[in-house]
Design a protein around this ligand. Structure first.
Ligand SMILES: [Zn+2]
Length: 118
């Protein structure tokens, strides 16, 4: 394993611990304080934790030296991992948009409900 890979693992482990702590604190704070925005930010931090885990798994593969089957090394796996992380972040953003729309329509119904009784 290259020296740069060890640095990636060290930094990603630190990020993972920080992101996991932040996600727990934000989701708890958002739940206790009835703040959808803080809770959603906690979910975003949780997705960052998942991407940190994906990076930790991926670095093991893309840092391998060239071998008989892969004469130019395994660095292309890094591109695949990056695309996968983008996919995960896209899914999280869709989920947050869905939560926002549900809340929006609940508020609309709450505002319009007195008029519906007429
Ligand atoms: Zn190989």
């Amino acid at each position: 394993m290259f020296k740069s890979s060890k640095s990636i693992i060290k930094i990603t482990m630190l990020g993972l611990i920080i992101n996991l702590s932040l996600s727990v604190l934000k989701m708890l704070g958002g739940h206790v304080g009835y703040s959808q925005a803080v809770f959603a930010d906690g979910i975003h931090s949780l997705s960052d934790t998942v991407t940190d885990i994906v990076i930790l798994i991926g670095v093991k593969f893309w840092s391998k030296p060239p071998d008989f089957c892969h004469l130019y090394g395994h660095k292309r796996i890094e591109t695949f991992i990056t695309a996968f992380i983008g996919f995960i972040l896209g899914l999280v953003s869709l989920r947050l948009i869905y939560m926002l729309l549900c809340l929006f329509f609940k508020l609309i119904l709450l505002i319009l409900s007195p008029f519906m009784l007429l």
